[in-house]
Ligand binder design. Structure first.
Ligand SMILES: [Zn+2]
Length: 238
């Protein structure tokens, strides 16, 4: 399954979330060139290490750089992150234009990597947070993500309050990383109507999505991809 990331039809933008049916890394080669929309893309995926590092990617950026978020304003670059339960987040500034892809597990979320990526788009591309659109892809949600108190503590400082992202069931805290990241985006100035959260939980829906918690270290990875097509934004059929 490959689903479009944004509900709006942004011509000139390619952005999607994959699932189990799109396969793991070896099969993603089908995405270049010509997928998910027509156009020659160079695929760029950073080496993810649960850091808070945001990398600005250009046509000259070497492969295999360590980062957990990537941003670019160059056309023809398809940015990707890979996840299984962690939160994939795509960013789009239609004005510059510029795009970003973020991998946010609990460590990255505690390191406010999404906010760092937004700030990087502001400093590098003069993006305005109120104009940035964000799509938060399928991830393990509060229904299934039970964690230790140290995780709750590390996330608490990143947003005001626990409302909407933390519940306690059977004495065990459960957290919703997608909700934490949404709050972080709001606090960074992104407006609510520009934030889409895919509701599905990867653990509940493990027949559709890879889930690390469900399958263990051997779990495959789904991906989130975003790129500016070569054609100008606004051009039909881009
Ligand atoms: Zn669930």
């Amino acid at each position: 399954m490959i689903q479009r990331a944004f509900e709006e039809d942004f011509s000139g933008l390619s952005a999607c979330f994959t699932g189990r049916a799109a396969g793991d890394r070896p099969k993603w080669g089908i995405l270049k060139p010509g997928r998910p929309e027509r156009g020659e893309f160079r695929l760029y995926m950073p080496v993810q290490k649960h850091t808070g590092r945001v990398l600005k990617v250009t046509g000259k950026t070497p492969e295999r750089e360590v980062a957990d978020a990537v941003v670019t304003s160059e056309r023809g670059l398809l940015l990707g992150v890979r996840v299984a339960d962690c939160v994939p987040i795509l960013l789009f500034d239609p004005d510059t234009p510029a795009v970003g892809a973020v991998h946010a597990g609990w460590r990255g979320t505690a390191l406010v990597i999404l906010r760092t990526a937004i700030n990087r788009m502001v400093s590098e591309f003069n993006s305005v947070p109120e104009r940035i659109h964000i799509a938060i892809g399928p991830s393990i949600r509060g229904c299934c993500y039970n964690v230790g108190p140290e995780v709750v503590e590390s996330l608490s400082g990143t947003v005001s309050g626990h409302q909407g992202w933390m519940t306690t069931r059977g004495g065990v805290p459960h957290i919703d990383l997608a909700a934490v990241n949404r709050l972080q985006a709001l606090e960074a100035g992104v407006v609510g109507r520009h934030i889409r959260v895919v509701p599905e939980c990867t653990f509940c829906r493990h027949e559709t999505y890879f889930s690390y918690r469900k399958e263990g270290p051997g779990a495959g990875r789904q991906a989130a991809f975003i790129g500016l097509n070569h054609g100008p934004l606004g051009a039909k059929g881009g």
